[in-house]
Design a protein around this ligand. Structure first.
Ligand code: FES
Length: 448
């Protein structure tokens, strides 16, 4: 394929369509991005007890998220060291051993090869059990209950990777009353759609410009646009907040809002008094605990490359797992406060299903856009014409307390930053350059 600089021209605001359809670029992404970047694998609440496991994905590869007998969480490649059989074919469960279905090698919950049939007569003195344990990720982080992993032993620690995007992600992961962490996954939606994984990642950076796609949900009052829905949500407060779109090193991008001190948004579901009371209580507690920090309200964001979050209801995390250049497996992990009343959890679960997921209203809007944009970009002629990313070109400041490049108007700067990050990975840039530590290296490349 063309050189990375030809494919990604963020200075002028053009990105080649080949990024969304080309199989050679896709193969290079799996190698250069998905074996290096920190990827979200799941949430600790999916494996609460010793022996619990949940099969997940990192890029195209199946992995096992597992809590061992001692309570320690691991992530392993879900492939037997003998002939590669998928060791665990269940989605989730509890076990004391993983037994490979092919020739019955068994692995403990901390990944060690334990049982080998006919070991003494066929392998004695040759087979090194230690060296044939399940392949473990190089690094693993439990961040406020979310489990992240990377195959790259040279990768920086997760917080360095996250950088200043941390406070935005925090707002999505923390309890609604301002306590750190304390969320649990209430369900996971999974489906496959025929479009490139970056369509979804990019959309969740903060593509506020696409909100007209969700006109129908706005009209019935569960939509994303501030002050448009009157039936079930009370969003008027958001119309007076200062919205910010922030692009960070690595390629992370977020859309958040800084609310006026005296006029802050209270999560609200007017048709249910229990929800009203719960969120009013959370609002008061959050203000008391966080003070001025309570003014930051997260909307959406993407942690490069393929983990997105939705900070307001429906609160949750998304993983956009690549299957092929034009096929993606979407997972949405829905979050609730672990100690919320059961009625609140039940109400939100139903709300999440109406709003998101393959049968939800907004997801269908988005999917139509990504699907048709893909099919209309695959032709020989269409592929000659890059996508346009010139919106609000240059309209941002790099000198803002939030860090990163901050735009105060709807912008594609977050997408341009995302593809700068993409280009750095695809050029095999150093970690220092990727995380913004080596600004000279990044500047040198920009000048070349
Ligand atoms: Fe697993 Fe042979 S492939 S035991």
């Amino acid at each position: 394929f063309d050189s990375i600089d030809k494919l990604v021209n963020t200075q002028d605001g053009f990105i080649s369509r080949e990024l969304f359809v080309d199989s050679d670029i896709y193969k290079a992404e799996l190698e250069k991005i998905f074996t290096r970047a920190w990827l979200m694998v799941g949430h600790e609440s999916l494996v609460p007890n010793p022996g619990d496991f949940y099969t997940s994905r990192m890029g195209e590869e199946s992995v096992i998220l597992c809590r061992d007998k001692a309570g320690i969480i691991h992530v392993f490649l879900n492939s037997c060291r003998h002939r590669g059989m998928k060791v665990c074919r269940y989605e989730s469960g509890n076990t004391s051993l993983f037994t490979c279905p092919y020739h019955s090698w068994t692995y403990t919950t901390d990944g060690r090869l334990q049982g080998v049939p006919l070991y003494k007569s066929l392998y004695d003195g040759v087979l090194d059990r230690e060296a044939n344990s399940l392949v473990s990720v190089a690094k693993l982080a439990n961040y406020k209950g979310t489990i992240w992993a990377t195959w790259d032993p040279e990768a920086p620690d997760f917080l360095t990777y996250l950088g200043d995007a941390k406070i935005h992600l925090d707002q999505a992961l923390d309890c609604r009353d301002g306590r750190e962490g304390g969320s649990e996954v209430i369900g996971v939606h999974k489906w496959i759609f025929p479009a490139n994984w970056k369509f979804a990642s990019e959309n969740f950076l903060g593509d506020t410009y696409h909100n007209p796609s969700h006109r129908s949900v706005d009209l019935i009052g569960i939509g994303p646009s501030a002050a448009s829905g009157k039936k079930g949500r009370r969003d008027d407060e958001l119309a007076v907040a200062q919205h910010v779109w922030v692009s960070f090193p690595v390629g992370h991008g977020v859309h958040s809002a800084i609310q006026p001190e005296q006029n802050q948004y209270v999560e609200s579901f007017l048709d249910n008094p229990v929800l009203e009371e719960y969120f009013r209580h959370c609002y008061e507690e959050r203000k008391r605990r966080l003070g001025d920090g309570a003014r930051l309200l997260p909307f959406v964001g993407t942690i490069f490359p393929n983990t997105s979050y939705h900070g307001r209801q429906p609160r949750g995390l998304c993983a956009w797992h690549p299957h092929s250049p034009t096929s993606t497996e979407a997972w949405r992990f829905f979050l609730v406060d672990k100690d919320a009343p059961q009625e609140v959890k039940d109400y939100l679960r139903h709300y999440y299903m109406r709003y998101s997921g393959p049968a939800g209203m907004t997801e269908q809007d988005d999917l139509e856009n990504w699907l048709y944009a893909t099919s209309a970009s695959m032709g020989t002629v269409a592929r000659r014409y890059p996508f346009n990313y010139q919106q609000s070109l240059g309209a941002y400041t790099s000198d803002h307390p939030l860090g990163g490049d901050v735009s105060l108007q709807v912008t594609e700067q977050i997408a341009r930053g995302y593809y700068n990050g993409w280009a750095a990975f695809m050029r095999n840039a150093s970690w220092d350059e990727i995380t913004g530590g080596d600004r000279k290296g990044a500047a040198r490349h920009a000048a070349e």
